[in-house]
Design a binder for this molecule. Structure first.
Ligand SMILES: [Zn+2]
Length: 466
């Protein structure tokens, strides 16, 4: 019997909308924005009112009552006020207003959680008003008739009706037909210049195993080659952005010669400016599409083949702050590659091991384990002064990463990773330790994700390791 894993995933298809349909979607997106901005204004007004009352020394119990920030509360408020605020509300699906209110509820919650420390990561700002020009038009339907037509070239959405797809929806339709997928919602949005419909779908994925479950591959990410694998394969870096740079420059120059909008003088953009801007946008979109396609191909191939994949935990945000590196790093898409490896190993029954950020994968000799204290970026060949090993620098790093997985399994650090488990290596803080040939194996310290994962035997582990 084939067991199944239930995952939520998106199926996204390009749309061919008629001008009438485009106007209808834009009207719905506009309705979402109106509801969002109205509710945000309410929330702000009441917050200000309460702050002012407090400053007069009014007791907390007698303040203007606060309004709820949850979606149902916001929706109640909107339904009571919509006749006055938007007398045209009947023209749009209620899902449109719900889209805007839901976005606001999430934004408010993210802000509140971030302030109270419940939410990790960078601080989240207070929700801002959506502008007509700067927001991506988008509307989400969660109820009503959402279906793929039997011809698989059309979809039906509430209010918008039958929309033509630019590509066949057979992959989704097949799953819907055999009952392994349920549509939870459908979102129509304009990405750059093209309309897409994206279905959020709950899918029963058949449990699969990689072609070579026992195989481990170390992946060293870089700019010269996008990835060097411990199998010896070098995945070239396509550098789509560099490739397109000449054309982007030409289009950018053309745009700057056209009459653009000017806020101060109220100058409206000319039609030629609009066209030039659309062309530049399309050129950028093409770069993004090429990059996206390439990343999907390599991550799918790796996760289908190998049981264990080891990558470094690159500090991408930090590298992006380096202006000499930023463009190339952003073009390579390391972060996206990591993200895709994480969920695709899970889908394919493999596992992803993430080496600690400070693990010296490049400085360590893959032959004898000696660690160099210094290694310039320009040294493309690794030469070990201890055992005399000489090989390609990136390949050496890939070997080291692959070896980490074995270290991880034999170090007795708890049960061997289950399906799709995402592990940080426990080799934290090793950078200053010089490993001599034949020296004792590295000391194991539980990495941060051990704490998160809450492995049951962590305590006993710590005791034995010390
Ligand atoms: Zn060596």
């Amino acid at each position: 019997m084939v067991t199944a894993v239930q995952v939520v995933q998106a199926y996204r298809f390009a749309l061919d909308l008629t001008p009438v349909q485009q106007r209808a979607v834009l009207a719905h997106a506009g309705a979402a924005r109106v509801a969002h901005n109205w509710a945000l204004a309410q929330v702000k007004a009441i917050m200000d009112q309460r702050a002012a009352e407090r400053s007069y020394g009014i007791a907390d119990a007698e303040l203007t009552p606060a309004i709820g920030w949850t979606l149902p509360a916001l929706r109640r408020g909107w339904n009571a006020a919509k006749e006055g605020v938007a007398p045209w509300w009947r023209e749009c699906s209620k899902e449109a207003f719900n889209t805007g209110l839901d976005a606001l509820a999430r934004g408010l919650k993210a802000w509140a959680d971030s302030r109270s420390g419940k939410r990790a990561g960078r601080p989240v700002g207070f929700p801002r008003f959506k502008s007509r020009r700067h927001t991506t038009p988008s509307v989400r339907f969660t109820t009503g008739t959402i279906r793929v037509e039997p011809d698989r070239k059309h979809v039906v959405l509430p209010r918008l009706g039958r929309l033509k797809l630019h590509e066949s929806a057979r992959k989704l339709a097949r799953r819907l037909d055999n009952g392994t997928a349920w549509i939870m919602s459908a979102t129509v949005r304009r990405d750059r210049t093209r309309w897409h419909v994206s279905f959020t779908v709950e899918v029963d994925r058949a449990e699969r195993t990689p072609a070579r479950p026992g195989s481990t591959v170390g992946v060293d990410l870089g700019i010269t080659h996008l990835a060097v694998l411990s199998t010896g394969e070098q995945v070239p870096n396509p550098r789509h952005l560099d490739e397109a740079q000449r054309r982007l420059r030409i289009l950018g120059r053309r745009l700057s010669r056209r009459q653009g909008p000017d806020r101060r003088t109220g100058q409206r953009p000319s039609n030629r400016w609009q066209r030039a801007r659309a062309r530049l946008g399309r050129a950028h979109g093409r770069v993004a599409n090429l990059r996206c396609d390439g990343l999907h191909q390599i991550t799918t191939r790796l996760t289908r083949e190998h049981g264990t994949i080891v990558v470094e935990d690159l500090h991408v945000a930090g590298m992006l702050r380096n202006r000499r590196l930023a463009r190339r790093v952003a073009d390579a898409g390391f972060a996206e590659l990591r993200r895709q490896l994480a969920y695709k190993t899970e889908w394919n029954g493999g596992r992803l091991v993430v080496a600690d950020r400070w693990y010296p994968s490049s400085k360590t000799c893959s032959g004898c384990g000696a660690v160099k204290t210094k290694l310039a970026l320009s040294e493309r060949t690794y030469h070990c002064s201890v055992c005399g090993l000489t090989l390609n620098r990136d390949l050496n790093a890939a070997y080291n990463l692959a070896a980490l997985a074995a270290d991880y399994d034999t170090a007795g650090s708890g049960p061997v990773a289950g399906r799709g488990a995402n592990h940080k290596t426990p080799l934290a803080g090793l950078v200053a330790v010089k490993r001599q040939p034949g020296a004792a194996p590295p000391r194991i310290r539980p990495g941060p994700s051990h704490r998160k994962a809450g492995l049951p035997n962590r305590r006993s582990l710590e005791r034995t390791e010390r």
